[in-house]
Design a protein around this ligand. Structure first.
Ligand SMILES: CC(=O)N[C@H]1[C@@H](OP(=O)(O)OP(=O)(O)OC[C@H]2O[C@@H](n3ccc(=O)[nH]c3=O)[C@H](O)[C@@H]2O)O[C@H](CO)[C@@H](O)[C@@H]1O
Ligand SMILES: C=C(OP(=O)(O)O)C(=O)O
Length: 433
C-alpha cells in the first residue's frame, strides 16, 4: 500500500508551477471524437490517471491516441464504435463526456450508468434532457444509457435546471455537429467551459457566449482536428495557495490565472492572507494569525466546491468559528471524519459545517475519501504535530501530478512510500493452504 507521510512544522518557500487543468483536458480529449478529419494535438496535458483513463476510452471507441511529453495526439478519423463500458465509467465519471460527441458523430451512444460516488449521487438527467431536446431517444436498461437519433441531431433551446458543468459540456459537443442552432440557458460559466468552446471553435465549430449564462452553438456539418493548449489548473493552483498560507510561508504559484481564482483570492484575503499578482502567477504570503470566515460553495464564479476541503484545512487554523456550506454536492463532507482523527473540531449541521479553531492538529493515519480530500489532509499534515500518513492515494493521483514532490521542492518534509501489508502467521498459513 502506498502512503504519503508528512511531518508538519515547516514554512513553505519558493516557486511551484501548476499543470494543465484536469477538468479542462478531459472534455477536450472527449471532444476530439468530433473530428472526422485530421489529427488533434493537445498540449500542456497533465500526467494524471484520469487522462490515461479517458485516453483508454477513446482507444476503445476506435480512435488512435498517443500521449507523450505532455501532449496528446488524437486521430478519430476512422469509424468509431459507440459504447463506453462500465469498467471505464466506474473509474472516472467524466467518461460520460464521450456521449454527446458520439451521439453527434454516429447518431448513437451507449454509455454505462455512472453509479455511486463518494461526494453524492451525481445524476446526469440534465445531459439527457439536452440530448432529448435535440431529437434523441433515450433508453435506460441493463446498467446502460442508450441515446439514438434518426439522422442528425437538431438544434434546440435548452434550459438547465442547474448550471451543470458536465451537462453544458456534453450538450455543447452534441450541438457542435447538430443541424441548426442550439441555445443553452442557465449553463455553467466555468473557465473549463470556455476552454472547451475555444477548442471546438479551432476545429471549425461556431460557439458563442462561453463563460456567460447563455451559450449559442451553430451546428456545422463536420469538424477537423486542431491544435489546442489546455488552461492552467485553477484547483491545483488553489491547493498550493492554501499550502503557502497554512504554513505561514511565501510561495509563488506560477501559472495561476487571477481571473480564474477571484472567489478564492477574496476569501483567503478575508482570512488575512496576502496575495500579490505577479507577471507569471500569484504570490501567497501566509500571516501569523488567520481570521475565521464563512464560505458557501457555488457554481462559477462562486466559490468552487473543489476547493472546499482544502479551505476546511485552512480554517482549522483560524482563530474563532467559521462555517462552510456546500451547495453543489449533496454529500461532500466525508473528509470531516478524517480531520477529526487529526484533532479537528468540526460539527456537521445539514449541508454546513461549523469549524472551531485554532486547534493543535495532530498527525494521524488518515484516508483520502476523494481526490480533493486527499490533498486537504496533506495540507493539514503540513502544520500538524508529528507524522500524518495519508492512504488511498489513487484518489489523489486522479487530480494531482507529483503532489508530494512539488511540495518537497518548496520545503515540505514529505515522502511517498510503499509499505508492505503486514500479514499474521495465521493469514500466511491460510494463503499457503
Ligand atoms: C471532470 C469535471 O469537470 N468535474 C467537475 C465537474 O463535475 P460535474 O460536471 O459532474 O459537475 P456538475 O456541475 O454536473 O454537478 C453539479 C451538481 O449538479 C448535479 N447534477 C448534475 C448534472 C445533472 O444532469 N443533474 C444533476 O443533478 C450534480 O449531482 C451535482 O450536485 O463540475 C463540478 C462542479 O464544479 C466539479 O466539482 C468537478 O470537479
Ligand atoms: C470532483 C472532482 O472531479 P470529478 O468530477 O472528476 O470526480 C474534482 O476534480 O474535485
Amino acid at each position: 500500500m502506498e502512503k504519503i507521510i508528512v511531518r508538519g512544522g515547516r514554512k513553505l518557500n519558493g516557486t511551484v508551477k501548476v499543470e494543465g487543468a484536469k477538468n479542462a483536458v478531459l472534455p477536450v480529449i472527449a471532444a476530439s471524437l468530433l473530428a472526422s478529419e485530421e489529427k488533434s494535438i493537445i498540449s500542456d496535458v497533465p500526467t494524471l490517471s484520469d487522462v490515461y483513463t479517458i485516453n483508454e476510452v477513446l482507444r476503445y471507441l476506435g480512435a488512435d491516441v498517443h500521449f507523450e511529453n505532455n501532449q496528446v495526439i488524437v486521430d478519430a478519423s476512422k469509424e468509431l464504435t459507440t459504447e463506453a463500458p462500465f469498467e471505464y465509467v466506474r473509474k472516472m465519471r467524466a467518461s460520460v463526456l464521450v456521449m454527446g460527441a458520439l451521439l453527434a458523430r454516429n447518431g448513437r451512444a451507449r454509455v454505462a450508468l455512472p453509479g455511486g460516488c463518494a461526494i453524492g449521487s451525481r445524476p446526469i438527467d440534465q445531459h439527457l434532457k439536452g440530448f432529448e431536446a435535440m431529437g434523441a431517444t433515450i433508453k435506460v436498461g441493463n446498467g446502460f444509457i442508450e441515446a439514438e437519433v434518426n439522422g442528425r441531431l437538431k438544434g434546440a433551446r435548452i434550459y438547465l435546471d442547474f448550471p451543470s458543468v458536465g451537462a453544458t459540456e456534453n450538450i455543447i459537443m452534441a450541438a457542435a455537429l447538430a443541424e441548426g442552432t442550439t441555445v443553452i440557458e442557465n449553463c455553467a460559466k466555468e473557465p473549463e467551459i470556455v476552454d472547451l468552446a475555444n477548442y471546438i471553435n479551432a476545429m471549425g465549430g461556431i460557439i458563442r457566449g462561453a463563460g456567460t449564462g447563455t451559450i449559442r452553438i451553430e451546428g456545422v456539418a463536420y469538424l477537423k482536428g486542431a491544435h489546442h493548449t489546455i488552461i492552467p489548473d485553477r484547483i491545483e493552483a488553489g491547493t498550493f495557495m492554501v499550502a503557502a498560507a497554512i504554513t505561514g510561508g511565501n510561495v509563488l504559484v506560477r501559472g495561476a490565472v487571477p481571473e480564474h481564482l477571484t472567489s478564492l483570492v477574496a476569501k483567503m484575503e478575508e482570512m488575512g492572507v496576502k496575495i500579490v499578482e505577479e507577471e507569471d502567477g500569484l504570490r501567497v504570503i501566509g500571516p501569523e494569525n488567520l481570521k475565521p470566515i464563512d464560505i458557501k460553495t457555488m457554481p462559477h464564479p462562486g466559490f468552487p466546491t473543489d476547493m472546499q476541503s482544502q479551505m476546511m484545512a485552512l480554517l482549522l487554523q483560524a482563530k474563532g468559528t467559521s462555517m462552510i456550506t456546500e451547495t453543489v454536492f449533496e454529500n461532500r463532507f466525508m473528509h470531516v471524519e478524517e480531520f477529526r482523527r487529526m484533532n479537528g473540531d468540526i460539527k456537521i449541521e445539514g449541508r454546513s459545517v461549523i469549524i472551531n479553531g485554532p486547534v493543535g492538529l495532530q498527525g494521524a493515519e488518515v484516508a483520502a475519501t476523494d481526490l480533493r480530500a486527499g490533498a486537504a489532509l496533506i495540507l493539514a499534515g503540513l502544520c500538524a504535530e508529528g507524522h500524518t500518513r495519508v492512504t488511498e492515494l489513487k484518489h489523489l493521483d486522479r487530480g494531482y501530478v507529483d503532489f508530494h514532490t512539488k511540495l518537497a521542492s518548496i520545503g515540505a518534509d514529505i515522502e511517498r512510500v510503499k509499505e508492505e501489508i503486514q500479514t499474521t502467521s495465521d493469514q500466511q498459513a491460510a494463503v499457503s493452504d
